[in-house]
Design a protein around this ligand. Structure first.
Ligand SMILES: [Zn+2]
Length: 238
């Protein structure tokens, strides 16, 4: 078997393992946060004070609740079907013991949907990375390239945050407001697409897909908006 090709596939598997591990760590942190909400937060009764109906027949209710004589309100993370809530309806609210302002609805979806979604996404990426050791078929190869593109964008945003946000390096902190504003905007719109394109392009440049017919090297190429795969050995095209 082609040694160079094997090496390229192994590099691809390593490249996928990086975002997969980052996502897995994030997912575990979210699971920990959700478990903390579920088991260590305080429960109280809240009231639906506004349904905030959306155009598509959904609602994004405002929930009001009181702790220690002070009233707080919040909106849930997701949009719900309008039948799920009624004005004046009582709901259970979770809040951290010493931070009553961070209320959230005590519903399975509110607490667990994000951690479960992230866990599944990270496991799918890990499986994809595992499979990539022996080459990915064109469809999965394209999907992995897109995943890396998104990961690159997120990485770009993180670098931007690190450079410019409060608590980070704050490179514009001593500059005049106008410089910091436009500098920040320019940096954001340069950094995020650059990182995304770099991650996606590096993947397509250095990691070939695996031909379904002869298991050989398939090179990917963007023709307009379409991604075309061509096998170097047997000429198979996808
Ligand atoms: Zn082939």
């Amino acid at each position: 078997m082609d040694y160079e090709l094997k090496r390229a596939w192994q590099r691809g598997a390593t490249a996928l393992a990086v975002p997969a591990s980052c996502l897995l760590v994030l997912a575990l942190l979210c699971v920990r946060g959700a478990a903390w909400r579920e088991f260590w937060n305080v429960r109280t009764i809240g009231v639906v004070t506004n349904l905030n109906r959306t155009n598509k027949g959904g609602c994004h209710p405002t929930i009001e609740y009181s702790v220690g004589g002070k009233t707080y309100n919040f909106q849930p993370a997701w949009t719900y079907s309008a039948e799920n809530f009624a004005l004046g309806q009582n709901v259970t609210v979770l809040f951290p013991p010493n931070q009553p302002e961070f209320g959230m609805l005590d519903l399975f979806g509110e607490v667990w949907l994000l951690p479960i979604g992230l866990s599944i996404a990270s496991l799918v990426l890990l499986a994809l990375g595992w499979r990539a050791r022996t080459g990915l078929p064109p469809i999965l190869h394209g999907l992995a390239g897109f995943g890396l593109f998104v990961f690159g964008a997120v990485a770009g945003m993180s670098v931007f945050g690190l450079l410019c946000m409060k608590g980070g390096l704050e490179i514009f902190s001593s500059a005049p407001v106008i410089v910091s504003l436009f500098g920040g905007i320019a940096l954001f719109f340069a950094l995020v697409p650059a990182c995304a394109l770099l991650a996606g392009a590096t993947w397509h440049r250095y990691v070939p897909a695996r031909c379904g017919r002869c298991s050989g090297r398939m090179v990917s190429q963007f023709v307009g908006k379409q991604l075309i795969y061509t096998c170097n050995s047997c000429g198979n095209r996808r």
